[in-house]
Design a protein around this ligand. Sequence first.
Ligand code: GDG
Length: 461
Amino acid sequence: MSRLVVVSNRVSDPRKSAGAGGLAVALGEALSANGGLWFGWSGTIVEGGTPGEGEMHTHHSGNVTLTTVDLCREDHDSYYLGYSNGVLWPVFHYRLDLADFDAGYIGGYRRVNQLMARKLMPLLKPDDIIWVHDYHLIPMAAELRAMGCKNRIGFFLHIPLPPPLILAAVPQHEWLIRSLFAYDLIGFQAQSDVEHFSSYVGKEVGAEALDKHQFRAFGRKVQAQAFPIGIDVDEFAALTHAKEGRDMYERMKKEFSRRRLLLGVERLDYSKGLPQRVRSFRELLKNYPENIRSATLIQIASPSREALDTYAGLRQELESLCGAINGDYGELDWMPVRYIHRNVSRKRLPGLYRVADVALVTPLRDGMNLVAKEFIAAQDPADPGVLVLSRFAGAAEQLKEALLVNPYDVHGTAESIQLALQMPLIERQRRHQQLLERIRSQDVHWWRKTYLDALAACDPE
Ligand code: GDG
């Protein structure tokens, strides 16, 4: 059995991941199955350290080895804040207007990928299977190959890949795509991402399409395919019934016994469409006044990437919108929006999802969106809530029985929210049952196994 080596920006201890997200749990579990190595940044920033250098730390958790590398301030700021989250994140989410194409960032991005490859290379065994995650580490395989690595290496992009003409706005677009050809398998979230990859490599680098999923360019062959990530449905359903989930459910259920609850949960990120959502909610109150004093929006927007100006600006915009709507529509004993800018414990979230009549998952663009799937998993099948889902979330390719909306269309979204609030029980049950079957058959274990089987089956070059 080959050893699995997972490489990601952040690393988490599988034994301490009870409160962590589903992805950390799934990767930890994949590694624990046969023993493995999880490699990435330690989370430590060394003030005044030397660029391209970083101390390595190793500890063991059962049969999983966790090896991490520190980054100096300059590397962290240009690799993580600068190129990853100031260039790749906005452009890959179609926000050219928010990208900061500072020419200095790319140096740090390359330097950190080289540093990571240099530290990982001596730890590798010849038959290890390497699985690299996300946009922070696109050139990782190319760096490893340059050092002579012949292992099978797969990549999974958790965020969307934009169409060729948007991608081409990144000054290093060709280099990024050439770097992807150092992998054996590229996993995307959605079919639309595979289409964008296929059309980019056809148009911009003249790749030869060997079939729908295999492409040859730069003297290498790569396979590109969609593997929609899922959640651990059983684990999530169990959290709903565990003490903290149940306490949350009972407390909120009592409060909302005669009122309707609309719920939004995400990191405060401009890809999630939060201002548009609050405007849609205001439109709902304006056009359907029967919801005044009845429908409440709870919006959890957990703090994220606050060192970047675009995120600070978004926070101000959202807070001013929430303040305005509460000022315009609020009563002494009722406020339309409850906005929470804090992280809510993962153990309590499922209880909150279960009380909600409607989940508003309306990103402007999203690789997949796990909140949509968590909401479905937490519902009571006898009296389920309704999922209002953006057509621009990767999840929309799978979750067709949700009410699909265009989040830019504030009026249309408000109409769909009203439809959701009025949906008869029988239709809610029918939609929920189909959605639940879908997230069960393609859960996080299916995702991991399907991906790793496909990687193991790739012909090595
Ligand atoms: C990226 C891609 C893709 C949110 N607020 C709180 C909290 N959360 C949890 C949710 C969910 C996770 O964070 C968010 O996952 P998403 O998938 O919705 O979004 P991203 O963070 O942008 O993730 C995305 C994903 O990678 C996986 O491939 O689906 O498209 O952008 O699990 O529950 N958790 C807690 N408190 C909060 O306040 N505990």
